[in-house]
Design a protein around this ligand. Structure first.
Ligand code: AMP
Length: 215
């Protein structure tokens, strides 16, 4: 089962991808998480990605595609995977289609988690992250046990540079101009399923499972 998660930044696709990963036992591959881990480890890739991410811009396609194509060829991806945050542009989707078709394979499901922009802005500006272990929280919807402190590792939580209100707006502009066209791309491939992402997490998840199990 090869799945692509679509949706604006902050739509909850990462959370849903994690739930799918746990239920179906396939890896979740999040390009955002891979970039953030590289920034934490101060790798060359991390240094390159950070300058784009902090401005709300996309990391160049070539860098991102090489990373993903390399990752999906690993053994743990043999039974399928969920791509969370990739592809984000038509050239990335085309590169993925090509990499898969070279091996006689294709994406089976593209799940679009739909959430209006004003809702996204509210969600993202309340997000807090742990700079050490990467866990995420929300000042209203997913509060840590102690305010400002990571439940997992006890570090002080921060607001990610790319979650600041101005950057969120930029990321939404980038989403509409570069990523939203992927909805039509996967619709044309006959694999698109749209779910209403404004509802409670488990309700959204049940809809996704129904789509994965019915088709
Ligand atoms: P995310 O955590 O998925 O919202 O990603 C955070 C940031 O990482 C994005 O705003 C981009 O700067 C970068 N990024 C993640 N995935 C991609 C991708 N597929 N293509 C380009 N940039 C990406």
């Amino acid at each position: 089962m090869k799945i692509v998660m679509l949706g604006a930044p902050g739509a909850g696709k990462g959370t849903q991808a994690r739930l799918i990963s746990e239920k179906y036992g396939i890896p979740q591959i999040s390009t955002g998480d891979i970039f953030r881990a590289n920034i934490r480890d101060n790798t060359e890739l991390g240094q390159r990605a950070k300058s784009y991410m902090d401005q709300g811009l996309l990391v160049p396609d070539q860098v991102t595609c090489d990373l993903v194509v390399d990752r999906i060829r690993r053994d743990d991806c043999a039974g399928g995977y969920i791509l969370d945050g990739f592809p984000r542009t038509i050239p990335q989707a085309q590169a993925l289609t090509k990499a898969l078709s070279d091996h006689g394979s294709r994406i089976d499901y593209a799940i679009d988690v739909e959430v209006p922009d004003d809702n996204i802005v509210q969600r993202m500006s309340g997000r807090r992250a742990c700079p050490k272990c990467g866990a995420t929280f929300h000042i209203r919807y997913k509060m840590p046990q102690t305010e400002g402190v990571c439940d997992t590792c006890g570090s002080e939580l921060i607001q990610r540079e790319d979650d600041h209100a101005q950057t969120v707006q930029k990321r939404l502009d980038v989403y509409h101009s570069q990523t939203q066209p992927l909805i039509q791309y996967y619709r044309e491939q006959g694999v698109l399923h749209t779910v209403d992402g404004t509802r409670e997490m488990n309700t959204v998840f049940n809809d996704i499972c129904a789509a994965l199990e019915e088709s």
